[in-house]
Write a protein that binds this ligand. Structure first.
Ligand SMILES: C[S@@+](CC[C@H](N)C(=O)[O-])C[C@H]1O[C@@H](n2cnc3c(N)ncnc32)[C@H](O)[C@@H]1O
Length: 347
C-alpha cells in the first residue's frame, strides 16, 4: 500500500502528503480553508442555490472529501447531487472519520452511510486496513467517529451484510456515541441530498457518467506530477459534462492547463485570494469570470510554456505525457518561457 502521511494544517484540519509521488493533497494553510477559498466561493454556489432547487456537482479527485464536504456545509438546505471520482477507495472510506474541523456529525454519518453502500462487499477489507494502517495516526481522526465505527464493529453491524441505512446509523450515533443529546434530531438533514462514488482512473470513470454538472471541481495532483488529468483531452471530456452555465474550478494556475481551456473555447479567469492568483475558473458563460487573465498571463500562454499536455487515447503514463510535451516544446518555434520572462524584465 502506498505511503500517505498525515499532518495537521493551519486551520486545524488534517492534510495528507503522498511520499510516492512527492506531492501534497492539501494546502498547509488549511485543508478545509483551501476547499472553501478555491472551490466553494469561486463556484458562486450561494447564488446558484437561489436559482435552482437541485445542484449537480462533480468532484474530480475526491480524496478525503474536503471539497464535497465544504459544498454540503455551505449549503445545508440545498439539495446537492454530488458525483465523486477517485482512484484510491481507502481515502474515500476514511473520509468521514478525518479530523476536518467540521463540527457536523450529520454530514459525517451521511457520508459514511453512502460510502458503505458503495463498498459493502469490501467493507471488511477497508475496516481492517483502517484499523491496522490508518488508526496508528489516531490524532488525525475524529474521536467520536472512531468510537462510532468501533461500536459498529463490536456489535457486528459492519460485517453482517445487513443494510446499514442512514436513519439506523443516525439513531445509533446519537443514542450511543454522541455525548450531546441535544444534537439528536429525528432525521439526518442531508437525507434529501445524493452522493455517489466512482472508483478508478478518472480518465475512464468520467466517461461512465451521463449527467451534466452545474459545478465541477478539478483537484488532481499538480500537472507536473500527474499530467494525465490536465491534458487537453481530459479537459475536453470534462467540457462534455458541462452546459452553458456550468463552472469549472481548480486550485491550479498552470499555464498549460489554462492554455488548454482557452483552446477548447472556455472563458478563463483566476481565483484571487488577497489579490494573489490562487486558482482557475472556467466557464462557457463569461459572467462567471470575475477576474480575467491579465495581458501578461495571456502572453505567457502564447509562449512554449503554454504548450498543453496531450493523451488522445487516455492510456499514456505520466512520464510519457511529460516526455511528449517536452518533445513538442523542443520543436516549437514559439518564444521560450525564459526569453519571455527576460523580455518582460522579470528575470
Ligand atoms: C490533491 S489530492 C485531492 C484532494 C481531495 N480533493 C481532498 O479533499 O482530499 C489528488 C487526488 O487524486 C487522486 N487521483 C490520482 N490519480 C487519479 C486518477 N488517475 N483518477 C482519479 N483520481 C486520481 C488521488 O487518490 C488523490 O486523492
Amino acid at each position: 500500500m502506498k505511503k500517505i502521511l498525515f499532518s495537521m494544517t493551519d486551520d486545524n484540519s488534517a492534510g495528507l502528503y503522498d511520499e510516492e509521488i512527492n506531492d501534497i493533497y492539501h494546502s498547509k494553510t488549511g485543508a478545509l480553508k483551501e476547499a472553501i477559498d478555491k472551490f466553494i466561493i469561486p463556484s458562486q454556489l450561494s447564488n446558484l442555490v437561489k436559482l435552482k432547487d437541485e445542484i449537480n456537482i462533480l468532484d474530480i479527485c475526491y480524496g478525503i472529501g474536503y471539497n464535497s464536504k465544504a459544498a454540503f456545509i455551505s449549503k445545508e438546505k440545498a439539495n446537492l447531487n454530488i458525483d465523486c471520482l477517485d482512484i484510491n477507495p481507502m481515502l474515500i472510506f476514511i473520509s468521514p472519520f478525518i479530523k476536518d474541523n467540521i463540527d457536523d456529525f450529520d454530514l459525517k454519518i451521511y457520508l459514511f452511510s453512502e460510502i458503505l453502500k458503495n463498498c459493502r462487499e469490501s467493507s471488511e477489507f477497508y475496516v481492517k486496513n483502517f484499523s491496522t494502517v490508518y488508526l496508528k495516526d489516531v490524532q488525525f481522526f475524529e474521536p467520536s467517529m472512531i468510537n462510532f465505527i468501533k461500536f459498529l464493529i463490536t456489535e457486528g453491524y459492519i460485517y453482517s451484510g445487513s443494510s446499514l441505512n442512514l436513519s439506523f446509523l443516525h439513531n445509533i450515533y446519537y443514542k450511543y456515541i454522541s455525548t450531546d443529546m441535544k444534537n439528536s434530531k429525528k432525521a439526518n438533514k442531508y437525507s434529501n441530498s445524493k452522493i455517489n462514488f466512482k472508483i478508478g482512473d478518472a480518465r475512464n470513470t468520467l466517461k461512465e457518467l451521463d449527467s451534466l454538472y452545474d459545478v465541477i471541481f478539478l483537484d488532481a495532483f499538480s500537472p507536473q506530477k500527474a499530467p494525465e488529468l490536465w491534458t487537453i483531452n481530459f479537459i475536453n471530456l470534462i467540457k462534455n459534462k458541462m452546459h452553458n452555465n456550468s463552472v469549472l474550478l481548480s486550485y491550479s494556475k498552470s499555464t498549460p492547463f489554462r492554455s488548454a481551456l482557452l483552446e477548447l473555447g472556455f472563458f478563463v479567469g483566476k481565483t484571487l485570494i488577497n489579490e494573489i492568483d490562487m486558482g482557475t475558473v472556467a466557464s462557457m458563460n463569461k459572467n462567471y469570470i470575475l477576474n480575467t487573465l491579465s495581458d501578461y498571463d495571456l502572453a505567457l500562454i502564447n509562449t512554449r510554456a503554454g504548450i498543453f499536455y496531450e493523451d488522445s487515447d487516455f492510456t499514456l503514463s505520466s512520464a510519457d505525457i511529460i516526455k511528449n510535451r517536452l518533445i513538442k516544446i523542443s520543436r516549437s518555434d514559439k518564444i521560450s518561457h525564459t526569453s519571455f520572462l527576460k523580455s518582460s524584465k522579470i528575470l
